[in-house]
Design a protein around this ligand. Structure first.
Ligand SMILES: [Zn+2]
Length: 350
């Protein structure tokens, strides 16, 4: 049976069944018919996902506080009115239908607030990038519900390859979309309430495909394909565009890497390890901007070099550091000192 499923899996998805699936499948295949049905559903769902995903936000909560209410919502979504409103491309001569090829829902209880409340993550899977854009536009022009492009959360941050396994767990993730976005952007870094309890970064939360993960050369090759932060309207990011990065690269000067000692070898495997947030790499205003004309290795060496000099050697303003040390010891004392200094200056100028 397992062999049959493995072959079916390859036929449907075009790839091998993940190894960890065996642990889940084995007990299910030994049990009742129900278990075998669950396996079939899982395999079908896995293959139905597409890389073009829209999360429906701001659905009125009266549609999912109970199963009956949710069925009402489903009924509403099957009406002609709903389909004409959201799933029609009116930019063509004859209006073109662009219905989602699959939909997934996860109803969950959010316990982060004082009062737990029921939430819904509803994702539409579109056939193509073009269909996704049309439907996003249609949904967001009315404003009664919100369409959020979440495709990037399941595609490699470098090469853009769709990560089906990740997408499969993402759809049943019981989390808020903005929280999920922060997890990726900050690599799961948590500053804690007072910095003392901050947690270590974990870049395994960032979508990176196996090929890019192991090769900084490949990461560098796909530098121009990376995302940058967009607005918080239809998307959370700027679309993948080589022109966009080329223009920025021409506008901002490439760092002078001749100053880096030749024997400096970076201890990092990816530029992601050099920054606090993912977006900093593509934001030209950031101190950690990865200039498109630097390879991944050059970038990492440059960051390590400039950081080391900032911290230990060429510190131009020692006075500020002294002041900072004092603030840490006794802030009140420093405030008094500063005020005394100002009074003294005023007296001297009179
Ligand atoms: Zn990749």
């Amino acid at each position: 049976m397992y062999l049959l499923i493995s072959q079916l899996f390859i036929a449907i998805t075009g790839r091998n069944i993940p190894e960890e699936a065996f642990d889940v499948l084995f007990p299910l295949l030994q049990g009742e018919r129900k278990g075998r049905e669950d396996v079939c559903l899982g395999v079908t769902d896995y293959s139905r996902q597409t890389p073009h995903q829209i999360l429906l936000g701001s659905i009125p909560c009266e549609f999912y506080q109970s199963w009956e209410q949710f069925l009402e919502l489903k009924k509403k979504m099957r009406t002609k009115e709903w389909k004409n409103r959201y799933y029609l491309d009116r930019n063509t001569n004859i209006a073109r239908k662009c219905k989602p090829v699959w939909e997934s829902k996860t109803i969950w209880v959010d316990r982060t607030a004082e009062e737990p409340w029921t939430r819904l993550n509803y994702i539409l899977y579109m056939k193509s990038e073009e269909d996704k854009k049309v439907v996003l536009h249609n949904i967001n022009q009315y404003g009664d519900i919100r369409g959020i492009d979440v495709s990037w959360m399941n595609c490699c941050v470098f090469c853009g390859e769709f990560m089906r396994q990740r997408s499969y767990s993402f759809k049943s993730d019981k989390s808020d979309i903005e929280y999920m976005c922060k997890q990726i952007n900050r690599f799961g870094y948590n500053y804690g309430s007072n910095f003392a309890s901050s947690q270590k970064r974990n870049i395994s939360g960032v979508p990176i495909c196996g090929l890019c993960e192991g090769s900084k050369e490949r990461q560098g090759e796909h530098r121009m394909n990376m995302l940058s932060r967009g607005d918080w309207g239809e998307t959370l990011y700027h679309e993948r565009s080589e022109d966009y990065h080329r223009n920025l690269g021409d506008m901002y000067e490439k760092p002078d890497i001749r100053q880096i000692p030749v024997d400096l070898v970076s201890g990092n495997k990816t530029p992601l390890e050099c920054v606090i947030t993912y977006w900093e790499l593509t934001d030209p205003m950031s101190d950690y901007y990865w200039h498109p004309d630097l390879t991944a290795d050059e970038y990492m060496r440059w960051i390590e070099h400039t950081h080391l000099s900032d911290l230990n050697f060429d510190d131009p303003d020692l006075l500020d550091d002294d002041l900072w040390d004092q603030v840490e010891e006794d802030p009140l004392c420093v405030v008094e000192d500063v005020i005394d200094g100002i009074i003294q200056q005023l007296e001297e100028s009179q």
